[in-house]
Design a protein around this ligand. Structure first.
Ligand code: PLP
Length: 433
């Protein structure tokens, strides 16, 4: 059978640690709107959008046409040693949207590279390799980014080129401050930040790197205002705030265009990737000019900001803005959140439902308590798939189902997804009880 053969060949030739979803992994061969079709001809409603890479849906003519027009010039790419018009235009647009004063932009091909570049800039600018990161964070799969990642399933912190200390503020549900009010939670995190700076570092910290909403960590949402309060402490030491907006950018959180805006704070450095190219490989860093220009060595990125990716990214960004997809994310995110919270009332295998916009986490627990239940999450992944819905999975214990459909989701599709999720949760509850 062709599919089984492909899986066997994948396993033989690709790394063991390259994660695949599902007992029988899916080969996606085409897509349209919010739906994808697999090699066996089965169609699924996609509530994970790749991994939030598909910001606006599949087979969008405006984006395909922009990419095709670049391909038709005969040039996919030469190098960044020559001027690339759409790269400059995209950088101007992102610099303006970032809210960072006097901003400059450097393009990469992924979120990992964007965060590697941000950590390089921060450590060079501050002449220190001491970094703070949030517990339960994820920042990528290369040397420094895997080093700062605060989630044991994805990190290699003992081998990192930076010294890293971890602070609270990311994952509230399993923190010692879970039952605190928002104001008390913020106070506790700020006190922890001060304590970590003064007891585990010499004070000469380069930066705090933080996801506004933790992605791989299980769509963990901190209370609004947290990072604003933390930035006051950082500023008093001259420590930079690096916002990892790889998952939270481009309006996905509904209320704001960037996740950090919920905290009334402008970061010193911001990284982005995922949804910008609607699936094309593009990421980057935005930073104040004095930080961006602090490197004295020459550098290039052979493929970062290449003409095909930047053409697709420009078209995606304008599509998001022209169709006000941020507002759609807010509206349909609220609907999904309410529906899932209603399901939580009926099924105690659901311990927590949280999210903002179209970034929603459903944390599964042993019924009657709060112990994490990764088996229930795997069952829910399979149940939803068997009903024609793709969702994501993550969290420190692998027990969080993650929902992040393309931001063009329609009301009817939200209802359809909710129906599948509700039926699947009921089936999982019956199985684990
Ligand atoms: N930062 C965050 C918050 C992410 O979620 C990810 C990927 O999931 C990355 C960085 C790394 O991005 P990439 O996989 O494009 O290297």
């Amino acid at each position: 059978m062709a599919h089984a053969d492909l899986l066997a060949r994948h396993r033989a030739v690709m790394p063991r640690w390259l994660a695949l979803f599902y007992d029988e992994p899916i080969e996606i061969t085409s897509g349209h709107g919010r739906r994808v079709t697999d090699g066996a001809g089965r169609t699924y409603l996609d509530f994970f959008g790749g991994i939030l890479t598909n910001a606006v849906g599949y087979d969008i003519p405006e984006i395909s046409d922009a990419v095709r027009a670049q391909v038709d010039t005969g040039i996919f790419h030469t190098s960044t040693l020559y001027l690339i018009r759409q790269q400059v235009e995209l950088a101007e647009r992102i610099a303006e949207l970032s809210g960072i004063p006097d901003a400059k932009v450097f393009f990469t091909c992924s979120g990992t590279e964007a965060n590697e570049a941000a950590l390089l800039l921060a450590t060079q600018y501050r002449r220190s390799n001491q970094v703070l990161a949030l517990r339960n964070s994820y920042h990528g799969r290369a040397f420094a980014t895997m080093g700062v990642t605060g989630n044991r399933g994805w990190s290699a912190s003992s081998l990192t080129p930076v010294n890293v200390s971890y602070v609270h503020g990311g994952y509230r549900y399993r923190s010692p401050f879970r039952d605190y009010s928002d104001a008390d939670y913020i106070r506790a995190c700020v006190a922890d930040l001060r304590d970590v700076i003064t007891t585990t570092t010499a004070g000469d910290v380069a930066c705090l790197i933080a996801e506004p909403i933790q992605g791989v960590g299980g769509f963990a949402v901190p209370p609004d205002g947290l990072f604003g309060a933390m930035k006051e402490v950082l500023d008093s030491y001259g420590i930079l705030l690096v916002a990892d907006e790889v998952q939270t950018g481009w309006g996905r959180t509904g209320e704001h265009f960037w996740g950090m805006q919920a905290h009334d704070v402008v970061p010193d450095v911001m990284t982005f990737a995922k949804g910008l190219g609607n699936g094309l490989a593009i990421g980057g860093v935005v930073a104040r000019a004095d930080i961006m220009d602090c490197l004295t060595a020459n550098s290039i990125s052979t493929f970062g900001g290449n003409p095909v990716s930047t053409a697709g990214a420009r078209a995606t960004l304008e599509y998001i803005l022209d169709h006000d997809l941020q507002a759609n994310a807010a509206k349909l995110g609220a609907k999904l959140l309410a529906g899932l919270r209603a399901a939580q009332q009926r099924h105690d295998v659901v311990g927590d439902v949280r999210g903002k916009g179209l970034m929603i986490g459903v944390e599964l627990v042993r019924p009657g308590g709060t112990d994490p239940d990764p088996r229930a999450a795997s069952l829910l992944l399979e149940e939803t798939r068997s009903r024609g819905l793709l969702v994501g999975k993550g969290g420190l214990h692998g027990n969080v189902i993650r929902l992040a459909p393309p931001m063009t989701l329609t009301e009817e599709e939200a209802d359809e997804g909710l129906e599948v999720l509700t039926a699947s949760i009921a089936a999982v509850q019956a199985e684990v009880s």
